[in-house]
Design a protein. Sequence first.
Length: 140
Amino acid sequence: MSDEFSVPVTVRGYETDVQGHLNQAVYLSYAEHARWSLLEAAGIRQRNLTDNGLGPVVLETTIRYLSELLAGDEVTVTCAFLWGEGKTFRVVQRIVKPDGTLAAEVEGISGLLDLTARRLVAAPGDRFKQLATDPGLMGL
């Protein structure tokens, strides 16, 4: 697993449901924000990927809701990549309150899509490593 990368997020009122909790779909937005922030910190912008005919895809996501989040709560969203041998890789993320309380865990399986062939590329970590200026942030 790569070192834990994180971004701060403040829960906004319009992101909450009628109970005042962070809406379940917004957890996915926070996770997405952290993933793109990690890619950018590693030197990979969205345009770098598309210019090379590539696009990251999420194939499966599981969210574990552990502690409520309310408007005004400040959290840290972490992101780490786990690399294997195949065409997919795992993304492990945590949403953590300042006191260390784990609010949610988001885990997923992702791949890197060849935008022309419309197929997952083999060894996505190798492709990311070629594009990154700091692949160590991605555990590569």
